[in-house]
Design a protein around this ligand. Structure first.
Ligand code: MLT
Length: 280
């Protein structure tokens, strides 16, 4: 992992491979290791950049990871601004000008990617939207997230992992891939309560981004696991239909987390789409 100073914190980032930048934004409550297996398959074609988002993994939350009352909270726009600073820094080191990137956001990372697309459309050579959605939370869902943020402690995180995992993975992953199940359980369990509270409060505050979908001119790839119960195929079909320039691919043998559950199909979908659609 490399370290980059981003605003008021140091980002821990996996940077691997050569080629144009493919920047990954992970979901909640995970870290950059979500993309490890996919990066192994993509690093000959891209410079893969996979940060631990503010507070998660080895990146500290920082003073700007709190709301004005001092409670942990990171809005999606804050994560997006961090990513913009980070890729500028990496591109500058590599002498890339202009630093056009492909941005791949999964689930919460998709919300972050939409915020990035609003702020920095000129930086996007391509946009990969994976197992996510563009709507805001319902009031009930937002309330549930705030309740989680208000109550989460270190001791409860393994229980949170056990509660979440059945909804995150495909039934066949749960049955046949104990390695994936335990990798995911460990990834969730090593996150801090502050990171979880900050992400949950940030997601609860996010606005509806449906209009943004129609404004993304860069070629887009909308990916989703065929058994994703959280962002099901029909929802992702409608996301792709709302974008001017989207390719839609469903990943077999996967639930909400294709880079973990079926990294071959995830990586191949990105490569095939890139080869046919993305120009720098
Ligand atoms: C994620 O995987 O990032 C979460 O499912 C996002 C969410 O809770 O909306």
């Amino acid at each position: 992992m490399k370290k980059y100073l981003v605003d008021d914190t140091e980002y821990a980032v996996r940077v691997e491979g050569t080629g144009p930048i493919l920047l990954f934004a992970h979901g909640f409550p995970f870290d950059s290791h979500l993309f490890d297996a996919a990066i192994e398959r993509l690093k000959d074609d891209f410079c893969c950049v996979a940060p631990d988002l503010r507070g998660f993994g080895r990146t500290k939350l920082g003073a700007n990871g709190h709301n004005p009352h001092g409670a942990p909270r990171v809005k999606m726009g804050r994560y997006a601004d961090d990513l913009a600073i980070l890729v500028s820094e990496i591109a500058c080191q590599r002498h890339d000008k202009p630093a056009k990137i492909i941005l791949c956001g999964l689930s919460m990372g998709g919300y972050v990617a939409l915020a990035f697309a609003r702020r920095r459309p000129e930086r996007l050579a391509g946009f990969v939207f994976c197992d996510s959605n563009a709507t805001a939370d319902t009031p009930e869902k937002a309330q549930e997230r705030v309740a989680l943020a208000d109550s989460i402690t270190s001791l409860q995180i393994p229980d949170l992992a056990d509660r979440m995992i059945p909804g995150l993975l495909a039934p066949e992953t749960l049955r046949k891939r104990p390695d994936v199940v335990s990798e995911l359980r460990e990834m969730i369990s090593r996150q801090s309560p502050e990171a979880i509270a900050a992400g949950a409060r940030g997601m609860a505050k996010r606005s509806d981004s449906t209009e943004t979908l129609g404004q993304i001119e860069a070629p887009a790839l909308v990916l989703g696991g065929e058994s994703d119960a959280l962002s099901p195929p029909a929802l992702l079909d409608s996301v792709a239909a709302a974008m001017p320039n989207a390719t839609r691919v469903t990943i077999p043998n996967s639930g909400h987390l294709p880079p973990l559950e079926n990294p071959d199909a995830f990586a191949n979908a990105i490569l095939e789409w890139r080869n046919a659609n993305v120009k720098y």
